[in-house]
Design a protein around this ligand. Sequence first.
Ligand code: NAD
Ligand code: GLY
Length: 372
Amino acid sequence: MKTLTVGLGERSYPIHIGSGLLDQAALLQPAVPRKRVAIVSNTTVAPLYLGRLRQTLQQIGVESQEIILPDGEAYKNSDTLNLIYDALLRSHCERSTPLIALGGGVIGDMTGYAAATYLRGVPFIQIPTTLLAQVDSSVGGKTGINHPLGKNMIGAFYQPILVLADTDTLKTLPDNELSAGLAEVIKYGLIRDLPFLDWLEQNMDKLLARDTAALQYAIARSCVNKAEVVAADERERGERALLNLGHTFGHAIESGMGYGNWLHGEGVAAGTIMAADLSRRLGWISEQDVQRVRSLFARAKLPIVAPDLGPDRYLELMGLDKKVEGGKIRFVLLRQIGHAVVNGEVPPEILLQTLQACCKEQVAETSDTRHG
Ligand code: NAD
Ligand code: GLY
């Protein structure tokens, strides 16, 4: 097992990464001093892992209130959030009752927001079961839900007190969800960790084959990067925005296509290629660099062509991005491979060229070429 720390002073917390952690009561014990917790999961993950977590908690005398939500990004909304509040209130959960998120990023984000707001804040534990959640969403305290007008538009910064990433849970993850997680892994290489990007190019086949050592290395290295960024800029006043490489385009794809039709990681992959294209048009990176980015996403079996929403719709959706400042869309772009920057001064005609190129490409491509 590897343990990392997110350094936030007295709100610092451990991230444990390894095999079989769901059965290790000693790892949970410090975070559950009382005899009761509420576990939030969904109809897919609960049958797979809730029983084991319940048993582990019972070993340390902790009883669980279980809240099982419908599965999917389409349910990451206020109606589903209310189901959590309803269950917590009905069962008289108190301020000291920790909320445990057992699932992927959707469950983690919603449970975190419920924890931030129920009784003005209760302890929150993340047990991520997707690659995406283990490398990104369970760490750093961004919580929230979608709004019909925009992705993750309602939320709060609220840090967990513990992250427990049992890498064995990835064995049951569908292939397309594994690939979606790889999009966020590649992101760390592109924005701030060139040696990791080189490693990913050398080890992509092992990751796709779910080689345990390769996966554990990629998860730990991703979490090191995320923890450093979050410790330096918890509330995204600067550097943390870099973690949104590809997300301005990607969130537009996700909401424009209807939540759940494109996975978050798929939107990030196609969106990152658009961000790379824009960076090239600004003269920062070469066509060869863009090709390098494209080829790594294609090898990870991710979409390399964005859907043709039309430039106007992209602009409308991106105008709702959380990074918009003074009405200007701020893009995370590649100054060079391995070094991202935020730019709020992209000339509109250059942005239009990227959007048109993407749309043209879509017309020229067949559906077979969407995924590498
Ligand atoms: P997800 O939570 O929808 O999980 C993907 C699918 O895998 C779901 O059907 C889920 O039920 C299933 N699943 C989960 N674990 C499984 C397992 N071990 N075996 C089999 N099936 C399993 O999607 P995700 O990719 O984990 O998360 C995406 C969400 O995370 C998006 O809503 C995105 O906005 C959010 N996100 C948040 C942050 C953050 O910092 N808070 C960062 C990145 C993404
Ligand atoms: N996933 C982006 C962030 O945590 O800031």
